[in-house]
Ligand binder design. Structure first.
Ligand code: ATP
Length: 352
């Protein structure tokens, strides 16, 4: 199996909408990359173009340096799993898997061995005789995955395959997808708008916005070193606080002066800005500290090891703090607390 995938400067327009706008991406052999972004940012369009189900206006799609832009979908050797269960309703689970093999001309004895192996691999060895309507949503998606892998595709494309499943099954199936992907070592592109899902299973996540690539990085790098304010706001949660830039590369926010991230938008001294501060970058302090901000706890949510506090400060939107549950156990709604920003630097962006 080979299979490095490259998208070079793809443009796809639908009338005045630029679904993809100079979109480039490289997925290494065996890598699991998620396309993550808000609704309408071009994720599905990119996936359809990779599969050959749609065609770009400009740019190229390369697999192992070979331009496949003009190769029709049925000759691209890519396995796909869609959001909606797309199994043939009148074929059993086993027949659904074997179908792809027979289309590719596999001998029936080989088909049988392979289809049974795949049923085993997706954890449904005794479900081969069931029709799709006799399977749960999660089981149907496992069969769809087995079918997509049956003919040994070069690349696996997954378009929101978990979105119709309930929360617990989603987690279970996403872990299985990742296990099987690693097992096969297959180059995979996974479309989702769920950041937790993307972060949980990907080698790298490509964040898209308005048809463009904002940043592609490992989940931890995206979270810890966002390179655009869009990524900082979209990945993880952040408080949006008003601030003012001063001349020394820092920003005045709440009662503090904090360094600004080197990736922040370049704005002049005195500019009013929005400062993005993660809930875990705020820390409780004693009332006496000079630079501390005081507020009243309006909300408290217990999340197991952590808890969040929603704190009212003047007429600012509610400010969220993420704390160790042990540190917040004596804090209740209505209490006055003091906190500071503990991050060395913060991302700022122009006020919208
Ligand atoms: P979602 O998460 O909601 O599925 P997405 O990121 O996958 O969104 P796309 O489906 O790729 O987004 O759509 C990108 C843009 O292109 C959207 O503005 C969409 O309305 C538009 N678009 C997509 N397909 C077509 C089409 N066949 N005709 C017209 N506009 C389209």
């Amino acid at each position: 199996m080979a299979n490095k995938l490259e998208l070079q400067s793809l443009v796809r327009r639908f009338r005045e909408v630029r679904a993809l706008d100079d979109f480039s991406l490289e997925v290494k052999k065996g890598e699991f990359v998620s396309l993550l972004g808000p609704s309408g940012c071009g994720k599905t369009t990119a996936l359809r173009i990779i599969a050959g189900l749609d065609k770009q206006d400009f740019g190229n799609v390369l697999v192992d340096k070979k331009d496949i832009s003009n190769i029709p979908a049925n000759r691209r050797n890519m396995g796909m799993v869609f959001q909606q269960y797309s199994l043939f309703p009148n074929l059993t689970a086993y027949e659904n898997i074997a179908f792809g093999l027979s289309v590719r001309g596999e001998k029936s004895e080989k088909q049988k061995i392979k289809a049974l192996e795949l049923l085993e691999l997706v954890g449904l060895p005794s479900h081969g005789a069931r029709l799709p309507h006799q399977l749960s949503g999660g089981q149907q998606q496992r069969i769809a995955l087995a079918r997509a892998l049956a003919f040994g595709p070069d690349i696996l494309l997954l378009d929101e395959p978990l979105s119709a499943l309930d929360a617990q099954v989603r987690i279970q199936i996403r872990e299985e997808i990742r296990r099987i992907q690693l097992d096969f070592g297959i180059t995979t592109v996974f479309v989702t708008h769920d950041q937790e899902e993307a972060m949980a299973i990907s080698d790298r996540v490509a964040v898209m916005n308005h048809g463009k690539l904002e940043q592609i990085d490992s989940p931890s790098k995206l979270y810890n070193s966002p390179q655009t304010s869009f990524v900082a706001g979209f990945v993880g949660s952040a408080n949006h606080l008003p601030g003012e830039l001063d001349s020394s590369g820092s920003v005045r926010v709440l009662k503090q002066r904090v360094g600004i991230s080197k990736f922040s938008e370049h704005l002049g001294k005195g500019s009013r800005v929005t400062v993005l501060v993660r809930p875990e970058d705020l820390k409780l302090v004693s009332q006496r500290e000079d630079n501390a901000t005081q507020g009243v706890v309006s909300l408290k949510s217990f999340l197991g090891p952590n808890s969040t506090l929603g704190v009212s400060v003047g007429d600012l939107p509610l400010i969220h703090l993420l704390l160790d549950s042990k540190d917040s156990k004596n804090i209740n709604v209505g209490d006055e607390i003091s906190f500071v920003i503990k991050a060395d630097d913060v991302m700022v962006k122009a006020v919208e």
